[in-house]
Design a protein around this ligand. Structure first.
Ligand SMILES: C[S@@+](CC[C@H](N)C(=O)[O-])C[C@H]1O[C@@H](n2cnc3c(N)ncnc32)[C@H](O)[C@@H]1O
Length: 298
């Protein structure tokens, strides 16, 4: 049974300070003081400008295996390094097992995360705590905050001045589709095959147009807490369902017209076992890329 929608304010479950290790001046290439966006050297800046990249997620540790769609920290770190300076604040309204929080710690930034599922939020909190114990470096103090609750209520806990938001929503209700990607293997291993039974979980919305509208409402709130000039990156995939394509990346882009779309970067995975879908009769791709949509609040 799905819970009914509630207007509860997200509950703070973690608020810790850590001392990170500054990366400034420690990398290859020249850093220019007039760089207002980030701490990258010219070499690193150019490298990130390529419109596609390959990152093959490493095999996951047991604690995060139960989450159906965890993202590699390395990917998020690269975006955080480009769109913020050290000490700035990164936000993820659907933080899952906390990859954005860990990535912020590894790059010496502050971060705020919200996650609806208590189970995943607890995993995220544990991961942040473990990481901070291992860090204990001599740099400036940074802060990580984590809330358990509905992203629709984000403006009740965040006032403003978010420098950068990077996030990935559920890919509609695809995890509930029979035979979706690795579902059978996950069932066998006793891992979660979908995020939750919660009515507030946008991954439980069956109607595609309603799903898009709900995401739009959440990103409108994200827009309201971001500083002017700040960027938002949304990682999504176009979706195949019932023999039809739903271009989620493009439909969402159209919905988010209160941001300025700046570009996309395409994340390719090159270690996925290919299946012979449609063999001998029809074109059906093995979709092994995601869109990292880049928006700006102007
Ligand atoms: C694609 S996953 C994010 C994965 C995350 N980037 C990671 O690496 O672990 C989407 C997440 O959105 C969460 N979610 C769904 N509806 C939500 C809502 N209304 N508010 C907050 N989180 C929500 C799900 O529980 C799920 O963990």
């Amino acid at each position: 049974m799905l819970n009914s929608l509630s207007k509860d304010k997200p509950r703070e479950i973690l608020n810790i300070e850590y001392k990170g290790n500054s990366e400034i001046g420690k990398r290859e290439g020249t850093y220019h003081d007039y760089n207002r966006l980030n701490n990258l050297t010219s070499k690193e800046w150019i490298k990130f400008q390529k419109s596609w990249f390959i990152i093959n997620p490493k095999s996951r540790k047991k604690d995060v295996m139960m989450h159906p769609a965890k993202f590699p920290e390395e990917l998020i770190e690269n975006f955080i390094r480009f769109f913020t300076k050290e000490g700035q604040t990164v936000f993820d309204p659907m933080v899952g097992t906390g990859s954005t929080l860990l990535a912020a710690m590894n790059t010496n930034r502050n971060a705020i995360g919200i996650e609806l599922s208590k189970k995943y939020a607890n995993v995220a909190a544990q991961r942040v705590n473990d990481e901070s114990e291992m860090m204990n470096n001599s740099g400036d103090k940074n802060n990580i905050k984590l809330y358990n609750g509905d992203a629709r209520m984000l403006d009740r806990i965040i006032s403003s001045n978010i420098d950068y938001c990077i996030t990935s929503p559920p890919y509609w209700d695809m995890l509930r589709e029979k035979g979706f990607e690795t579902q059978k293997t996950r069932e066998k291993m006793n891992y979660d095959t979908h995020y939750s039974e919660d009515g507030r979980d946008v991954g439980n919305i069956e109607d595609y147009m309603r799903f898009l509208d709900e995401l739009k409402e959440i990103y409108l709130k994200v827009h309201s807490v971001m500083k002017i000039g700040g960027y938002l990156t949304v990682i999504v995939k176009n979706i195949k369902k019932g023999g039809k394509i739903y271009p989620l990346a493009w439909d969402l882009t159209k919905k988010l017209d209160f941001f300025t779309l700046k570009d996309e970067k395409i994340w390719c995975q090159d270690n996925v076992k290919l299946a012979p879908y449609g063999y001998g009769y029809s074109w059906v791709s093995n979709t092994v890329h995601h869109y990292c949509l880049i928006f700006k609040k102007e």
